[in-house]
Ligand binder design. Structure first.
Ligand code: HEM
Length: 333
């Protein structure tokens, strides 16, 4: 399943890159026969379509079969798993089982499930690898975040951070916001098409025009974020150390009715991962054979932006942290 999703996302990322295919800019090229030089995009498009179909069909069919054989486990497709009263399992998919013969509804369910998985498969890891890079580069940020965690949770490592702790951790919240600003996971957003004529700085933009919002440039706007290349969570805190809010906080997630529907899910996933990693681990620059620190290079790349590979050391902060993690991994599902 993971392979299927990765393959479909590869095609999606390629197709989403502005100007990756000439036919996007010159639609008449779609009439070009596939065998002509330059017509290879048609084969590529067919392969991408097949990958997308697999992403829609395979997990859906799997869950449907599991439901029919009463083996289904909790998952998104099984949103409300209720057994009994002669109704059997009711869920996203079982609801669609009842509406067999309604292809439009079935397609919507498949698309929603596929988007939920594929939307997060690359973006959340992009933010988390930027986080690890930022922590290796800025030990003082890490130390301040860990001091906040120590204050709320103590150092006896009886439990891991949970969402109820979030309001008590403004600095960790600011770290998450800064990760999303410093490396917006989808730096150019997705293509939008103008629903009506518009204008921008004197340029006429006709209805139907494909436009890209340059999120990367916005999150590096000097006016909004002074010294924008510096990783500095404090920019989001007021003088009392509280998390401020502004109309620009959601820029990394896009705009309008097409804004990322996974926004809250993503933000919470990143928060809990950041808080847990910082509570349990120390992230440091790695050293070479002579004991000299290797400076990680800060460079981001890709339609979904990832830091270029870098080396660092990640070790448990204390033995008690190691024991707690071991217990969680062994006993929790
Ligand atoms: C770091 C995490 C994430 C970031 C920065 C991010 C960012 C974005 C951006 C910039 C867009 C384009 C919005 C626009 O067109 O204006 C988008 C679209 C989308 N995202 Fe996310 N995303 C993240 C995580 C997720 C997750 C976890 C999911 C699913 C659970 C998800 C699902 C989607 C979907 C389905 C769309 C397409 C929406 C549409 O075209 O109507 N994203 N995301």
């Amino acid at each position: 399943m993971v392979k299927i999703a990765e393959q479909a996302m590869e095609g999606f990322a390629l197709a989403s890159e502005p100007s990756a295919f000439m036919v996007d800019n010159f639609p008449f090229l779609k009439h070009m026969p596939e065998w002509l030089p330059g017509g290879g995009f048609k084969k590529k498009a067919r392969e991408m379509f097949e990958d997308r179909e697999r992403l829609y069909e395979v997990p859906f069919k799997f869950v449907r079969e599991q439901i029919e054989s009463q083996l289904a486990r909790r998952c998104f497709l099984l949103l409300t798993p209720v057994i009994g009263k002669g109704q059997g399992l009711r869920s996203f998919v079982s609801a669609s089982l009842e509406t067999r013969g309604d292809p439009e509804r079935e397609e919507l369910i498949k698309a929603a499930a596929a988007s939920l998985y594929s939307g997060g498969i690359d973006t959340t890891p992009s933010s988390l690898s930027a986080f690890v890079l930022a922590m290796a580069l800025h030990p003082h940020v890490q130390a301040r975040a860990q001091a906040e965690l120590n204050k709320v949770l103590g150092l006896s490592f009886e439990r891991l951070p949970c969402f109820a702790d979030r309001p008590k951790m403004p600095y960790i919240n600011a770290v998450v916001r800064e990760i999303l600003r410093w490396n917006p996971a989808v730096p150019l957003g997705l293509a939008h098409r103008l629903a009506s004529d518009d204008s921008y700085r004197g340029y006429f933009l006709p209805e139907g025009l494909v436009v890209w919002a340059n999120i990367w440039t916005m999150t590096r706007d000097q006016g909004l974020y002074p010294s924008p290349d510096i990783f500095d969570p404090e920019r989001f805190l007021d003088d009392e150390g509280n998390l401020g809010s502004s109309g620009t906080d959601n820029i990394p997630f896009g705009f309008g009715r097409r804004i990322c529907p996974g926004l809250y899910f993503a933000e919470n996933s990143i928060w809990i991962a950041v808080a847990t990693i910082l509570y349990c681990f120390e992230i440091k620059k790695t050293k070479d054979a002579n004991g000299v620190e290797i400076e990680p290079v800060v460079d981001f790349d890709g339609f979904v932006s990832h830091p270029k590979p870098f080396k660092c050391d990640i070790k448990p902060r204390l033995e008690a942290a190691k024991a707690l993690l071991h217990e969680k991994i062994t006993h929790d599902e």
